[in-house]
Design a protein around this ligand. Structure first.
Ligand code: ADP
Length: 186
């Protein structure tokens, strides 16, 4: 977890490969569907371009299908899911059904000014259509309203690891791996 620009996607790939499991990024799956012009992509794009969350039913079904794929049978790392309380509940159900367990939740924290700088930079290099100033502002609001409350939920469950997301990418990776070292997959 972490606000837009915290570095979730960057860290998820490296951390997942060190555990030899897939990183499942809802944002990446939506963007792939947008560029392929699928029905899911057409539906998702309206929300993404406005900085809003794609509706839970759409997102939940997509994640459910993805974690049923063979490469996720040995475990997986989720990037950008769950983001709402309804998604938390849905994930609990999915995990029960697959026989897995939710072992850890990592939240990356980054100074607000740094977040805006990173996103503006990303808009210049990657050309992501949702990295414009007003859409960034809306994504930050939506994160604060809908996703920040999940931090307490997972803290109460004893699953939360708060990691400082400031600094160089490899330093942050080391912090995430160090935080997870004490976690025993059950
Ligand atoms: P960021 O965290 O920087 O906003 P992502 O690539 O993770 O970037 O997500 C981009 C967009 O995809 C979000 O603004 C939202 O519209 C959609 N999205 C991604 N994950 C979810 C989710 N779990 N629930 C609803 N919408 C999502």
């Amino acid at each position: 977890m972490g606000p837009p620009g915290a570095g979730k996607g960057t860290q998820a790939g490296t951390v997942a490969s060190s555990y030899d499991i897939p990183a499942i990024s809802t944002g990446d799956i939506f963007r792939a569907n947008v560029s392929e012009g699928t029905d899911l992509g057409k539906e998702a794009q309206r929300y993404m371009d406005a900085g809003e969350y794609v509706p839970d039913e759409v997102t939940n079904l997509m994640v459910r299908n993805r974690i049923d794929e063979d490469d996720a049978a040995g475990g997986f790392l989720l990037d950008g899911y769950p983001r709402t309380l309804a998604q938390v509940e849905e994930l609990d159900g999915m995990i029960k059904h697959t026989g897995h367990s939710l072992d850890a939740v990592v939240v990356l924290s980054v100074d607000p000014e740094e977040l805006v700088q990173r996103l503006v930079q990303r808009a210049e290099t990657d050309g992501r259509s949702d990295d414009t100033e007003d859409v960034i502002r809306r994504r930050q609001e939506v994160y604060a309203e809908q996703t920040e409350p999940l931090i307490e939920v997972y803290r109460d469950r004893g699953l939360l690891h708060e990691v400082d997301g400031m600094g160089a990418v490899p330093e942050v990776t080391e912090r995430v791996l160090a935080a997870l070292r004490g976690v025993t997959p059950s």
